[in-house]
Unconditional design. Structure first.
Length: 202
């Protein structure tokens, strides 16, 4: 189980009440949870060497970093409205626990199941993907794909409410023929590493 150690000052600012769940967890005020998430994301950026990159923020608070713009942008490699885009992705917690990936080498290294690449019809309005993917992922696609091309590498850094919110994740791994389950707790900020590798023009 991953645990974030919270300063006493933050614990003392918890809002709301305890629910009737047997675990008797505190319910965080959304503004407090968001600030915790931002602090953790900032720490992740610094500790992983991304501080020298431009960090942009969407209106709702998702952050993204374009690490590599990909191939020289041409009519064939750039991503435009109504293009069909195939992309690889890796979802990871701030503690570097991979929970989903379409990259074969990552799946092998992490001993997790390999997922298929995503195919997305890119519309700059985003109307076709909003509500289909978690909010921060959809926003990242909408905001960044118009700037990059095939072979680009992008990070989406999502506060928990733009990721899976209060839903915990369980990651099943097969290690030495044994099943090992790793848990990512609820209200965890997440990172998606995204790389478009194919664009089909309409």
């Amino acid at each position: 189980m991953i645990k974030y150690l919270l300063p006493l000052s933050i614990l003392l600012t918890l809002f709301g009440c305890r629910d009737n769940d047997p675990s008797d967890n505190f319910v965080l005020d959304p503004a407090v949870q968001r600030q915790i998430d931002i602090d953790l994301i900032n720490e992740y950026i610094l500790e992983n060497g991304y501080a020298d990159f431009q960090v942009d923020t969407t209106v709702s608070g998702a952050r993204y970093i374009i690490l590599d713009y990909g191939d020289t942008l041409t009519a064939e490699t750039s991503i435009e409205d109504n293009d069909s885009v195939r992309l690889d992705y890796t979802g990871v917690s701030l503690d570097d626990i991979v929970f989903s990936t379409s990259v074969d080498s990552v799946a092998t290294d992490e001993s997790i199941e390999l997922d298929p690449p995503l195919s997305i019809l890119y519309l700059e309005s985003g109307e076709n993907i909003e509500g289909t993917y978690i909010p921060g992922f959809a926003e990242g696609v909408i905001e960044t794909f118009k700037e990059v091309g095939v072979g680009s590498h992008i990070l989406f850094l999502l506060p928990s409410d733009l990721a899976f919110g209060n839903v915990p994740l369980s990651v099943t791994r097969i290690i030495n023929n044994e099943i090992v389950v790793v848990e990512i707790p609820e209200n965890s900020p997440l990172v998606w590493k995204v790389s478009p590798f194919e664009v089909k023009k309409q």
